[in-house]
Design a protein. Structure first.
Length: 373
């Protein structure tokens, strides 16, 4: 059975301690249901990483969404994307018809700085927060390919420019390589403006069998894998093999390749993350992702824009909501509804969300989804 995304919705993204998870969910779900043109759903697949037990049920009861199966998933940064993956397969199997996907996170209730891995993991025990892990990945990348790591700042410049055209993003505006590099050092070589901010937000999507409506966006493929044992025999930075493997599965399912994509939304929690993601997805050979940025290939107006939403670097990272916010952006782009940041002639989009945090494996999980008109 062919599946499609009927509608999407999100709250604003940003540090919003005055907003409860209930209020954020209400905004995202009401928008998604209205956008989908449906007044009921048969099931819910939802995700939150740091929410307390029953967070999803507590939020949805305020909207009268009760008495149906509600399944909560957690897969680190890929939580929202994992909820979509499960919903798509539930529809394809005929198990449900209209399914609501939801992700929510109130990060400011839990953090005032970087996320630190669990204390019983080696990284957490050493106090190595996520910026440090990505800083090590950037250093490894520079060593492998003998590239100028100052060029990573170009990713932040690009995505902040894109974010300035996204009214739901918390950060945006023109910046320069010099300003990015001169911002406070967080985890060498990554400076503050090369790291995403925490965020409070919710995002939602309604999935069902493909209808004849012109606004439905077909799910051409979705793939999910967890990382393999990280035994340090790989020459690549952390996460590369996982992203590459999942992308390969998605390309095969869709019968398409990276060259067919009009745009990409990828997991740019840090500047190096966007570069390695574009390479793992096959948009550029390993070690040449920065060349795409330098050439303008991945900027709005370029051949294949990457993160026209501004990405996590502009939107911020509300872990449970991030993957579905990426999906929402792809849907808006493919409908021609993205406003000032609209990609010309957008036909097919790829969305990649990488979840990390568990020591000993090459990432908690990664989801790649291919959407088309």
């Amino acid at each position: 059975m062919k599946t499609a995304i009927y509608g999407v919705g999100t709250s604003m993204f940003g540090r919003q301690p005055h907003m409860s998870d209930v209020s954020l969910v209400q905004q995202a779900v009401v928008e998604a249901l209205d956008d989908a043109g449906v007044d009921r759903v048969d099931a819910v697949f939802a995700g939150t990483v740091f929410g307390v037990t029953g967070t999803i049920q507590r939020c949805l009861q305020t909207l009268g969404i009760v008495g149906i199966p509600i399944v909560t998933v957690e897969n680190a940064c890929a939580t929202g994307s994992t909820a979509l993956f499960e919903a798509v397969h539930a529809v394809e199997s005929g198990r449900y018809e209209n399914v609501l996907c939801l992700g929510v996170e109130t990060m400011t209730a839990h953090f005032n700085g970087p996320i630190t891995p669990a204390y019983n993991d080696a990284e957490g025990a050493a106090g190595l927060a996520m910026p440090g892990i990505y800083g090590l990945a950037a250093s490894r990348y520079g060593h492998l390919y003998d590239v100028e790591l100052d060029d990573l700042a170009l990713v932040a410049v690009k995505n902040r420019a894109h974010g300035s055209m996204n009214p739901r993003a918390q950060h945006g505006g023109e910046t320069t390589v010099e300003k990015v590099l001169n911002s406070r050092m967080v985890a060498d070589p990554l400076t503050l403006l090369q790291c995403c901010d925490i965020s409070d937000a919710a995002a939602a999507a309604v999935v069902g069998p493909k209808r004849n409506g012109k606004r439905d966006i077909a799910v051409l493929a979705t793939a999910l894998q967890s990382g393999r044992l990280w035994d340090h025999r790989s020459i690549h930075p952390w996460g590369f093999e996982l992203m590459q493997s999942v992308a390969g599965e998605a390309w095969e399912k869709a019968g398409l390749g990276p060259e067919d994509m009009s745009l990409f939304e990828v997991h740019d929690a840090f500047t190096i993350g966007e570069v390695t993601a574009t390479e793992a997805l096959g948009l550029a050979p390993a070690g040449q992702g920065l060349e795409l940025v330098k050439a303008g290939h991945t900027r709005l107006g370029g051949h294949q824009p990457v993160n026209p939403s501004g990405g996590l670097l502009s939107r911020g990272h509300a872990l449970g909501a991030t993957g579905l916010a990426q999906i929402a952006e792809a849907v808006w782009q493919l409908r021609g509804e993205a406003g000032a940041r609209q990609v010309d002639n957008a036909r097919i989009a790829a969305v990649e969300t990488m979840g990390g945090g568990a020591a000993g494996i090459d990432g908690n999980g990664c989801v790649v989804t291919i959407l088309g008109g």
